[in-house]
Design a protein around this ligand. Sequence first.
Ligand SMILES: Nc1ncnc2c1ncn2[C@@H]1O[C@H](COP(=O)(O)OP(=O)(O)O)[C@@H](O)[C@H]1O
Ligand SMILES: N[C@@H](CC(=O)OP(=O)(O)O)C(=O)O
Length: 402
Amino acid sequence: MLVVKKFGGSSVADKERIFNVAKRCIEDYEKGNQVVVVLSAMGKTTDGLIAKAHEINPNPPKRELDMLLATGEQVSVALMSMAMNVLGVPSVSLNAAQVAMHTSSAYGMAKLKKIDTERIQHELEAKKIVIITGFQGINKYDDLTTLGRGGSDTTAVALAAALHADACEIYTDVDGVYTADPRIVPDARKLLEVSYDEMLEFASLGAKVLHNRSVEMAKRYGVQLVVRSSLNREEGTIVKEETKLERMLVSGVAADKNVARISVIGVKNEPGVAFKIFNLLAKHNINVDIIIQSIGREERKDISFTVAKQDLKETMELLNEHRDGITAQNVTSEEDVAKLSIIGAGMTSNPGVAAKMFEALYNADINIKMIATSEIRITVLIHEEDVNRAMRTVHDAFDLAD
Ligand SMILES: Nc1ncnc2c1ncn2[C@@H]1O[C@H](COP(=O)(O)OP(=O)(O)O)[C@@H](O)[C@H]1O
Ligand SMILES: N[C@@H](CC(=O)OP(=O)(O)O)C(=O)O
């Protein structure tokens, strides 16, 4: 059996945890399995590297930032292989260039395109545990790229697909996917199974327990995932196509503080304006979420939308630079906002769900700034300082603890 095991930064944060992971991997190896380990950078290393970059240059070139960030994962894999060596088990660490994990060129948000498996297969046949850097790749210029924050999960799923692995296990510091972030909602309940579609919404809406692209990829290639803890032996959560369990109306609540609101005020009420605004942002790889257009006062209207906080500065610069072209009278922004979402495949065609969420927020005196819905989620934009309270309130309103 070939197993891909991914351990996040929290699981390899210090010497004890590195040895803990090494031992868990060796247990699998000693059962006769082929073991591929994917690691993230230790603890908060990536945050530290980003801060260091900004000390030197407040606008670091994206290529150089990736060059720097990719070092974090290399430290983890080298130390892990040294730990396995101490424990007497043959292993080898490989970075993205050594494997040849090919990505697109977009530094900081590269997409995996193709993974060469020869080197990995060769090392597995030599009976080694193969330890691979998550989060990074190489592009067509042979430069190092990174896949976006939390991207090591995606590396693991891509490797599981490329190697036709029998299992793909994602180890973190909680023992599965819960109805809400268990650190914020203490009575959140662990889900035994969750469908790809629901997990994709969870991940995209702020539950960082899995990287959203890893779920997309798992669905596309039919890779079944298990999310579990590296710190205990509890059964985890299975992420797969269809779950046998009875459909819950709402499966969970997710929050995302990494969001900012932008309002483009007084644009002309004529065809093509929205196209010009969002085409401009798309050309600069800026992802936009909730979009609201006001009903036009005669000749002018406002368009508001959200972007990730790290894209706020660039978005504001672009919109101000093109203010005449997009016919805007003013552009404003708000940073202290957060998104709160409820997710559930069972909410389709159930008219009471939105009302129940809004009632819970009303009872807690929380104001809603924007609303977006899809078949399986309802998202509201609220004040950032209200978000944890809002999460607990909505979790309670839908009885998710039971
Ligand atoms: N619905 C959820 N279920 C479980 N964990 C969640 C959820 N939403 C958010 N989280 C958070 O995700 C964290 C794990 O993700 P992350 O910190 O990226 O771990 P790692 O370093 O292992 O990749 C948990 O500690 C938890 O606080
Ligand atoms: N080290 C990277 C990639 C990653 O996936 O990390 P983690 O698995 O610890 O969330 C980050 O911090 O974004």
